[in-house]
Design a binder for this molecule. Structure first.
Ligand code: HEM
Length: 496
């Protein structure tokens, strides 16, 4: 056995040294490459919490296009808007890179991670689901959950609030009701409580695995306590979603489909409300998706639809707490729309909140919830003058690009006005929702939800930073997170 393994290693080394095909990317800058291993050891030993800040130094050292070669894996990192445009608009290089594989047991081949013709079919089926006219049906949920959030904040003990935990509940409850029609906040059954914890834990477990290369093979991972916990969570998440889907179908059989009669669900007194799930069930009856597909998409919406908005809102509250002038302008904008009324915002009120919209864009410029996007190249293509060959992975660094001083004067400053005065000129200089065929299908949904929550908060509170001017250390997994909690004081304000 020893001889066999030794022989394989020697053959591998000979192949690497003498026969491995040269790749044009090998001429690009990057950390020092050693024979065989490449730069596999350049980040080894960097604690996970320091990885993001360490990587921020790389473009300063190696420029806006560099390569990390790990054994025979080449990862091309790009930071130029022109490169973003070429990569994100490529119609065939749409396959996600390897880290997404660890989400597969949970999300299956749903819209986020599928590729090729399966992704094309799904995208076609799901695009109408996120049409503005459909989203209008969710306005009542956004309003109610925002009102509950304000109520919760008003009833919290005076002092600093850990915003991530409060906002995390808000976005989870919102997506759960809009995607599945289930009110997690009103459901104290064991399965609902378990589901809530599961959804919150699974992302962290996926990331824990991602950062420990020895846990990558399934065979090892599922033997560890982390792997066993993950497997238990999978059962909880899948059986909860399966039950909700079955119940919803039963109700549609008994009472008819809401999709055929959309107008009714927007009315205040309508007892039944539309959920994204209803549209998936309708698509099933038209033969466009099967039951497994419905489950994949429900899980995908739950995953993509809560952490992303939670992080944007939390970083947003932190920035607002530091900028009273911005809070005041939002408050004044709301006053012009609502007068002294305390009604919650309607769909058309939200459309009028232009300054708030610019503020949310500026939040997403500084803290894009998805800080980078990965692709596995399946077809050779030219990136300017460089041939990028099949098999390479590409990382598109949204966070870093959106803080480039040549694109944004005084890039670290929080200035919502940038998005009102035409400062943002290049169409790919602002891409928190990505761009091209694989852009975020939920972006309008997310913008409406965030507008609703932030306008309600600014109408009801003055925000005060726990530590003025402090900016959190960041880490990135699938979303951008602060390493430590963000604290903000919410001081109730009068409406005058
Ligand atoms: C602030 C909020 C959000 C941000 C910043 C955001 C950002 C993104 C980005 C950058 C991508 C592309 C990922 C990639 O190419 O790897 C993406 C994809 C996606 N997002 Fe969002 N997202 C947000 C909210 C949402 C919400 C609320 C939903 C669902 C209700 C959603 C559903 C999806 C789905 C299904 C995809 C995959 C689309 C495809 O590949 O065809 N997102 N999002």
């Amino acid at each position: 056995m020893f001889w066999l393994i030794g022989g394989i290693v020697i053959l591998f080394v000979i192949w690497k040294l003498f026969f491995e095909e040269e790749n044009p990317l090998d001429h690009l800058p990057g950390p020092k490459k050693w024979p065989i291993v490449g730069c596999a050891f350049s980040l080894l030993g960097t604690p996970y919490d320091d990885l993001f800040s360490t990587m921020l130094e790389f473009p300063k050292k190696y420029g806006y296009r560099y390569v990390l070669k790990i054994f025979s894996r080449r990862i091309l990192h790009v930071y130029n808007v022109d490169d973003f445009e070429i990569i994100l608009t490529h119609s065939r290089n749409i396959t996600k890179n390897r880290p997404y594989d660890f989400l597969e047991p949970w999300l299956g081949a749903g819209l986020l991670i599928s590729t090729g013709s399966k992704w094309h079919r799904r995208r076609k089926t799901l695009t109408p689901t996120f049409h503005f006219n459909i989203l209008r049906n969710f306005s009542k949920v956004f309003e109610e959950k925002s009102r509950d959030l304000v109520h919760k904040l008003k009833n919290m003990p005076e002092g600093n609030v850990d915003v991530l935990s409060v906002i995390g509940d808000f976005t989870l409850y919102t997506i759960c009701e809009t995607a599945m029609g289930t009110q997690l906040d009103c459901d104290s059954s064991t399965s609902a409580v378990e589901y809530k914890d599961t959804i919150k834990n699974m992302g962290t477990q996926v990331i824990s695995r991602l950062t420990k290369f020895w846990l990558h093979p399934d065979l090892l991972f599922y033997q560890t306590s982390l792997g066993k916990q993950f497997a238990r969570n999978l059962v909880t998440a899948h059986s909860f979603a399966d039950n909700v889907i079955a119940e919803r179908k039963k109700r549609i059989d008994q009472e008819g489909s809401l999709v055929k009669n959309l107008e009714d669900t927007t009315k205040d007194n309508s007892k039944r409300r539309l959920a994204l799930l209803d549209l998936l069930i309708e698509a099933e009856s038209n033969g466009e998706i099967d039951v497994e597909g419905i489950r994949e998409e429900v899980n995908t919406f739950m995953f993509e639809g809560h952490d992303t908005t939670a992080m944007a809102l939390s970083f947003g509250l932190m920035l607002l707490a530091d900028h009273e002038d911005v809070q005041e302008r939002i408050f004044e904008e709301c006053k012009a729309i609502f007068g002294n009324s305390d009604r919650t915002p309607s769909w058309s009120d939200l459309a009028e909140m232009k300054y708030l919209e610019a503020t949310i864009k500026e939040i997403l410029r500084l803290y894009p919830s998805v800080p980078f996007i990965g692709r596995e190249i399946t077809e050779d293509f030219m990136l300017g003058d460089i041939l990028v060959k099949k098999g390479v992975e590409v990382l598109v660094h949204i966070y870093d690009m959106q803080r480039r001083a040549d694109l944004y004067p005084d890039p670290e400053a929080f200035q919502p006005e940038r998005f009102l005065n035409g400062e943002v000129r290049h169409p790919y200089a602002f891409v928190p929702f990505s761009a091209g065929p694989r852009n975020c299908i939920g972006q309008k949904f997310a913008m409406q939800e965030m507008k609703c929550a932030l306008s309600e908060i600014c109408r009801n509170f003055t925000l005060v930073a726990a530590e003025r001017g402090a900016r959190p250390k960041l880490k990135a997994d699938i979303v951008l997170r602060p390493v430590h909690p963000i604290y903000v004081k919410f001081i109730p304000r009068s409406r005058d």
